[in-house]
Ligand binder design. Sequence first.
Ligand SMILES: [Zn+2]
Length: 131
Amino acid sequence: MESFGRSRDEPNVPRRTGTVDHRLLRENLIRNYRTGRVSKEEICDATEELLRVADNFGEDALKPCPICGAGNLVYVGFAFGARLPSSGQVVPNGVLLEDTVRSKEFDMYQVEVCKDCLWNHLVQKHVIGRD
Ligand SMILES: [Zn+2]
């Protein structure tokens, strides 16, 4: 999974808003698991903290886990940015606080997490900036 917290928050350098979609990487990893190229232990490694956040703030993905088939798949959003009051802030249900959105530049990560088998993967990274 891509490392969280990496940010290009350089003052006076405008960042373009955009989305980096990680679905192809996700599908490739799932395919490698199903064909035995990677083990379940390698890909189902959600930390206690991620599970806690998933329990408290996860939004139902409305689809089964691609690894174990259970219905406990949720999306969790995190926002990172040098100018946020709290970098790494959890974004409940994908909704940022208004004061965060208004004048800040940050990256927002959407991660899917299975609370049964501990599968987790970055789904999308949204770069929020001023053009
Ligand atoms: Zn699962």
